[in-house]
Design a protein around this ligand. Structure first.
Ligand SMILES: Cc1ncc(COP(=O)(O)O)c(C=O)c1O
Length: 396
């Protein structure tokens, strides 16, 4: 019997998707499941993007250039300039989602056995991309008690070794909702320059900031021109997760030339989806104003309701649409499974993402879950009510 690879065996399961079989069981038992586990927004994709695809006049659905179509990259560059990010079309490689941008970035800057420092908890799939690339993630812990603020410089410097190639941040953060301040970005800039590292910033939630706070991109920091790499995506910005379009951005020419070779190996990002994404760039600001008001309202509703449950602690998200919630349970994996398999309240239950998979330190986050506020307010209120009832019934 031929055997699969060790790398394959080491690939982590997605903590966001691994409970799906139990959710299937819940559907079969006719339960309604409120999905708090996955960042699939319920917001409509911009009409202009959908129309561009339905009204296309292509006769051949051909490949585009490996780095993405020139027209699209020019328009993305204009979008970045509007956001104070001096990125030109040649600094951009269009990818199949932010996911592929992460793979290209890791492949372009680190060799097998190299290390990347990431504040944890972090987007769980970083574990998968690092495993696929043979890279070790070195976590620096940020804590719920500090609302997941950046750990002090000394914590990062303790972890830097000759194998360290980069620091990777997610800003605003999935799963914490943490938004890095300009000062924190400047602190990170000092560290990466001092130790000659890359700073990779996953900015796929750039637009989603609340309470009037503004996102500060790493490439707004001129001194990071050679060190900074942005990971981006249309998935959340335009609620176009299924388009599978993202990009990798760097003003470092060698990084882009290297990433381009990875892009050439997979030929081209999807053509229809680039048409939709190019049109989406014309989305009026009023779309974002409405969406951000909606998410901010949802966040307020969710956090207030969660705080009212005895024994529950919740971080205060300032951006994106997730929060980490600490529950009075020993093992949130078992609790999440129990919610789907054994519990219901009037035929309804909830699905949450156990948070341990968002940490790479073993044994941390076992009593935490990640909740995505991608449901309307009425559903969120009902979902939190179900959580409260479930916690009263659950025996660890
Ligand atoms: C932080 C973060 N980065 C990257 C991605 C990848 O998104 P996509 O491949 O859909 O662009 C996601 C998706 O949820 C995410 O939350």
């Amino acid at each position: 019997m031929p055997s699969v690879s060790t790398k394959g065996k080491n690939m982590p399961e997605s903590p966001i998707r691994k409970l799906v079989p139990f959710a299937e069981k819940a559907y079969k038992a006719n339960k309604t499941v409120y999905h708090l586990n996955i960042g699939q927004p319920d917001i409509k994709s911009p009409e202009i993007a959908m129309k561009a695809v339905s009204e296309h006049n292509l006769e051949v659905l051909a490949y585009t250039r490996s780095e993405g179509s020139e027209e699209y990259r020019k328009k993305i560059s204009a979008y970045y300039h509007r956001n104070n990010i001096p990125a030109e079309a040649n600094d951009i490689i269009v990818t199949t989602g932010g996911s592929e941008a992460l793979l290209f970035a890791m492949g372009s800057i680190a060799d097998v056995g190299d290390e990347i420092i990431i504040p944890e908890p972090f987007y769980a799939n970083y574990n998968g991309f690092a495993t696929a690339s043979g890279i070790s993630i070195v976590p620096v812990i940020s804590k719920i008690e500090d609302n997941f603020a950046l750990p002090p410089i000394s914590e990062f410097e303790k972890l830097i070794t000759p194998k360290t190639k980069a620091i990777l941040i997610c800003n605003p953060g999935n799963p914490t909702g943490y938004l890095y301040s300009k000062e924190e970005i400047q602190t990170l800039a000092e560290i990466v320059k001092k130790h000659d590292l890359f700073l990779v910033a996953d900015e796929v939630y750039r637009e989603f900031t609340y309470d009037g706070s503004k996102h500060y991109s790493i490439l707004e920091e001129e001194s990071l021109a050679q060190h900074g790499i942005i990971i981006d995506s249309v998935s959340k910005r335009y609620s176009m997760c299924g388009a599978r379009i993202g990009c990798m951005v760097s003003r470092n020419k060698e990084v882009i030339a290297t990433a381009l070779k990875f892009a050439q190996a997979r030929l081209s990002p999807p053509t229809f989806a680039q048409i939709a994404s190019e049109a989406a760039l014309e989305t009026p600001q009023s779309y974002f104003d409405d969406v951000i008001t909606e998410y901010q309202d949802r966040r307020n509703t969710l956090v207030k309701a969660l705080k009212a449950i005895p024994g529950v602690t919740v971080g205060e998200p300032k951006g994106a649409f997730y929060c980490i919630v600490q529950l009075p349970v020993k093992n949130s994996d078992a609790f999440a499974q129990w919610l789907l398999e054994e519990f219901d309240d009037n035929g309804e239950t909830i699905m949450v993402a156990p948070a341990a998979g968002f940490y790479s330190t073993q044994g941390v986050g076992l009593n935490q879950v990640r909740i995505a506020y991608v449901l309307n307010k009425e559903s969120l209120i009902r979902a939190v009510e179900i959580l409260k009832i479930a916690l009263e019934k659950y025996k660890d």
